[in-house]
Design a protein around this ligand. Structure first.
Ligand code: AMP
Ligand code: GLY
Length: 428
């Protein structure tokens, strides 16, 4: 057994609050702190107001606080090389190196990687000049997808219904620089039809373990309408995933990725989060993220019955992972409560009133909140993530929505139809 660890969690979302809760429950954790954290995390432990892109300050914090293990939540510090920087001062950190994080920080790197290793994905081409991109569009048909190559917080993807619309997306990214330097290179790819599913694997030293397959709800409005967001709710496991399908995904996507990176001289440790489309020609990968999804983390972690933190520490120290992971038979669902106006402009500073009692196996996870003089205020676009698990998704859903109603603040907004596809599929 490893010694009890002094842990730093980096990030401020619902994902990080869920991770901090797992730390508190883990026998491997002696003490946990967060940077910058949020109101909910601050209710249970110390938060340090350091931004997630301030790599030097975060490394100094880890050293000053005698941290034994760092868990990196969001992609930005990973893509800036925080794992390498911590390794240089002998502090193990969960997540990939900067070089490996290119799987998320550069869509063109990622697509070329898929191509090189025969990993099934949408047909694509990469451009940094307008004329060749327009010629390519003329030779193809709509719908077609135009993507900024760099990090764009989930917003750099345009699903164009006409070639004209695709051409204006190309102009807006390459000429008007609508995504800044993230869009100086673009990827144009085939539109894939099917159901989306998120697969998260913890990877270490060539071995991996998959968490429960989940489905996110990216649009702000009910029936999947309106602007894209970071995610408005999720559930796991999805009944779309069978053992056979998981086997196909492992053998055609996850294993070739881990082996392909290794053979390219880029060993991968950390989270591989595969955004998949289940097409009639089989599962294809849309993209990789190199960290846990938010809000997917809030539904995957409650279902992990093994010591989750021990698995992350094993990855950070390059150990071989156990052969299997113990997952609950329950279903878990989360509904994000946001501030009206998100993902564009929204108010902050609303006092949030919480009910005094929670339904069974139900939890309030904080995202954009602030703790001030013992009270919780809204402080971001996505404010809370209401999570519940039960034998069925319907039972979990009932508890969640009664709690969503009972929580009160001025700009409260949430979708009432989270898990609608699953509920339709199950015909209940
Ligand atoms: P990405 O950031 O690449 O995952 O794209 C964000 C969202 O856009 C995905 O979750 C899908 O809903 C959609 N999307 C991206 N690429 C495609 C594609 N080739 N075909 C259909 N939908 C896509
Ligand atoms: N929920 C989508 C993401 O974390 O990228």
């Amino acid at each position: 057994m490893n010694k009890a660890l002094n842990i730093l969690v980096i990030g401020s979302g619902g994902r990080e609050h869920a991770i901090v809760k797992k730390c508190i429950d883990s026998p491997l954790c002696d003490h946990v702190i967060a940077a910058p954290g949020n109101g909910g995390i601050a209710e249970s432990t110390d938060c340090f107001p350091i931004a997630v892109d301030a790599i030097d300050e975060l490394v100094a914090l880890a050293q000053n606080e005698s941290i034994d293990f760092v868990i990196v939540g969001p992609e930005v510090p990973l893509c800036l090389g925080i794992v390498d920087a911590l390794k240089a001062v002998n502090i193990p950190a969960y997540g990939p190196t900067q070089e490996a994080a290119q799987l998320e920080s550069s869509k063109s790197f990622c697509k070329d990687f898929f191509h090189r290793h025969n990993i099934p994905t949408a047909k694509y081409a990469t451009f940094d000049e307008v004329p060749s991109a327009l010629d390519y569009l003329d030779a193809n048909s709509a719908p077609i997808v135009v993507k900024a190559s760099g990090l764009a917080a989930g917003k750099g993807v345009i699903i164009a219904q006409t070639i004209e619309e695709a051409k204006s997306a190309v102009q807006s990214m390459l000429i008007d620089k609508s995504f800044g330097t993230s869009g100086t290179q673009i990827v144009i790819e085939e539109f894939l039809e099917g159901e989306e599913v998120s697969i998260h694997a913890i990877v270490s030293n060539g071995t991996f373990l998959c968490l429960s397959p989940s489905q996110d709800h990216k649009r702000i409005g009910e029936n999947d309408t309106g602007l894209n967001t970071g995610g408005m709710g999720a559930y796991a496991p999805t009944s779309m995933m069978t053992d056979d399908l998981q086997e196909i995904i492992n053998s055609t996507i996850i294993i070739p990725t881990i082996k392909g990176l290794e053979s390219d001289g880029i060993p991968y440790n950390g989270t591989l989060y595969a955004g998949l489309m289940l097409t009639k020609d089989g599962p294809k990968i849309l993209e990789y993220n190199v960290r846990f999804g938010d809000p997917e983390t809030q539904v995957m972690l409650p279902l992990v019955e093994d010591d989750f933190i021990a698995l992350l520490y094993a990855s950070a120290t390059n150990q071989t992972l156990p052969e299997s992971i113990k997952l609950s038979n329950d279903k878990c669902m989360t509904v994000v409560i946001a501030s009206q106006g998100y993902p564009e402009n929204y108010p902050k500073g609303d006092l949030i009133k919480f009910p005094s009692e929670l339904p069974e196996k139900t939890d309030i996870i904080h995202a954009g909140t602030l703790l001030k003089e013992g009270k919780i205020y809204s402080n971001g676009g996505r404010v809370l993530s209401i999570t519940s698990q039960d034998e069925t998704i319907l039972k979990a859903r009932e508890k969640i929505y009664s709690l969503c109603e009972a929580i009160d603040y001025k700009a409260k907004y949430y979708r009432n139809d989270i898990a609608h596809r699953e509920i339709k599929r199950l015909n209940v």
